[in-house]
Each structure stands twice: as structure tokens, then as C-alpha cells.
Design a protein around this ligand. Structure first.
Ligand code: G3P
Ligand code: MG
Length: 240
């Protein structure tokens, strides 16, 4: 049975992805401005082991640079323009380090779902860095983050490194046959599922086992209401 953490109903997906450049400080500020109490963000590791906020393995889509995160050092990544691809008005936005983002969260009192999104073959190092970062640097005044990942391997490594972590398992198409076993092993608090698999039966199956259900990415108010009625705790939305 999972511990019952109180998650807010609305979590800003990559900040406020629908109206600002995702995973930037501007996006987190926007989500806060719109009233979100929590944001979701994706964390990976630069070539030289700095944790940054970034969704893709490549820098191409969300910056003015072409290259792989795992092959680019922080000294280059920190200089990139992470806003112009979205709109010229965000041309000053940078790719934040986790450290920089957490300073902002502390000042705004924003809660966080930290998704570990390791670059290929970086599952171990990224998970250990994240687990240690939370142990050593998470601000006392913030609620502890929900740590999620599609990589069960990453979650296992992170939990072993820091057994205090609050864990959410991320699934995209269906619940794998061994989901209960993994959830028990990691003492998961939530199961975070794609809206396309969020039917009544799946939601009930998860709730029955004592885990909270979080659903991504929901941008319709009607759909959100429907999910809350089915017992879903929170939705991730681009428009918090
Ligand atoms: O954590 C929910 C959601 O962010 C998972 O999908 O691809 O947006 O990271 P993605
Ligand atoms: Mg994510």
C-alpha cells in the first residue's frame, strides 16, 4: 500500500507548455502565474554530468543548437537560446540546470514532479545524480518531489540510492503485467498514465491496489472533470 501524499489536482506539464517554451524558467513562472501549485519537468544529464531540464535527447527542437544532450557540455548548453523556437519574445530563455530551476521553485513555493528522462545508456548515472541532488539540495520549505520515470530501471536505481524518494511509475500504452510487483518493490505513491489508457477499468485496478492515479496530458476541462469523477488525483496539463 502506498503512502498517501496529497497531490494537487492540476500539475503544469513542462511548466505551462501550452503558452510558453516548455521546461524553461519562463514556463514555470507562467504555470505559477496561472495558479498551478505544482509543475512537471523532465531531467537529463549533460555530457559532463550536470542535471538540466530538457525533454528531448537532442537539443534541436527546443534550442538554437543541433546536437545531443549527452554529447554536449554544460558550458555550451547554458548559453543556448531555449525560447526563440517558441516565440521571439522568449529569446532570453535558457535551458535551466536543475539547481537553477529549484531555486525558482523555492522562491515561488512551487511543488514538483521530477521526471527522470535519461539519455540512452545514462540511466544509472542520471538516476544517481537525481537521487543525490534531492537528498542534498532539496529545499526544506518545499514538499518532497514526486520522482517519476518511464524507465523502471532508473526508478529502481534512484530509490536504492535514496530510499526516501516518493515514486511514481509512468506508463504510456498499457499497464505491464508486472506493474504491481514494481510498484510494491518501489513503494510507489502513484501510477502516472497516458490519457489514452485512462479508462474506468484501468483506473479502478490501480486504485484497488492503493495507488493514486495521475493522468497526462489532459487539455480539456470536460475530460479532466470526467477523470476526477473516476477517482484520478491529478492531471498534467499544458494549460494549468
Ligand atoms: O510525466 C507526464 C508526462 O510528462 C510524460 O510524458 O513525454 O511529456 O515527458 P512526456
Ligand atoms: Mg515529462
Amino acid at each position: 500500500m502506498s503512502s498517501q501524499i496529497q497531490f494537487p489536482k492540476i500539475i503544469g506539464h513542462r511548466g505551462a507548455k501550452g503558452c510558453s517554451p516548455e521546461n524553461t524558467l519562463a514556463s514555470f513562472k507562467k504555470a505559477h502565474e496561472l495558479g498551478a501549485q505544482w509543475v512537471e519537468l523532465d531531467v537529463k544529464e549533460t555530457q559532463d554530468g550536470v542535471l538540466i531540464i530538457m525533454h528531448d535527447d537532442d537539443l534541436d527542437r527546443t534550442s538554437n543548437y543541433k546536437g545531443k544532450v549527452a554529447q554536449t557540455p554544460w558550458s555550451i548548453i547554458k548559453t543556448l537560446d531555449a525560447g526563440s523556437w517558441y516565440s521571439k519574445q522568449f529569446s532570453e530563455e535558457k535551458i535551466p540546470s536543475l539547481q537553477e530551476a529549484v531555486q525558482l521553485f523555492e522562491s515561488l513555493n512551487l511543488g514538483v514532479n521530477l521526471e527522470i528522462k535519461p539519455c540512452p545508456n545514462r540511466e544509472t548515472s542520471t538516476s544517481i545524480l537525481v537521487a543525490d541532488f534531492i537528498k542534498n539540495n532539496w529545499p526544506k520549505k518545499l514538499p518532497p518531489p514526486l520522482v517519476s520515470s518511464f524507465s523502471m530501471e532508473s526508478l529502481k536505481i534512484a530509490k536504492k540510492q535514496n530510499p526516501e524518494l516518493i515514486i511514481g511509475l509512468l506508463f504510456e500504452n498499457e499497464l505491464p503485467s508486472n506493474w504491481k510487483q514494481i510498484a510494491r518493490e518501489l513503494n510507489a505513491s502513484s501510477i502516472n498514465i497516458d490519457d489514452k489508457m485512462a479508462n474506468q477499468k484501468t483506473i479502478e485496478d490501480i486504485l484497488k491496489e492503493g495507488y493514486q492515479v495521475l493522468v497526462y496530458t489532459v487539455n480539456s476541462k470536460e475530460r479532466a472533470e470526467e477523470l476526477f469523477k473516476l477517482g484520478v488525483s491529478s492531471i498534467f496539463t499544458d494549460m494549468p
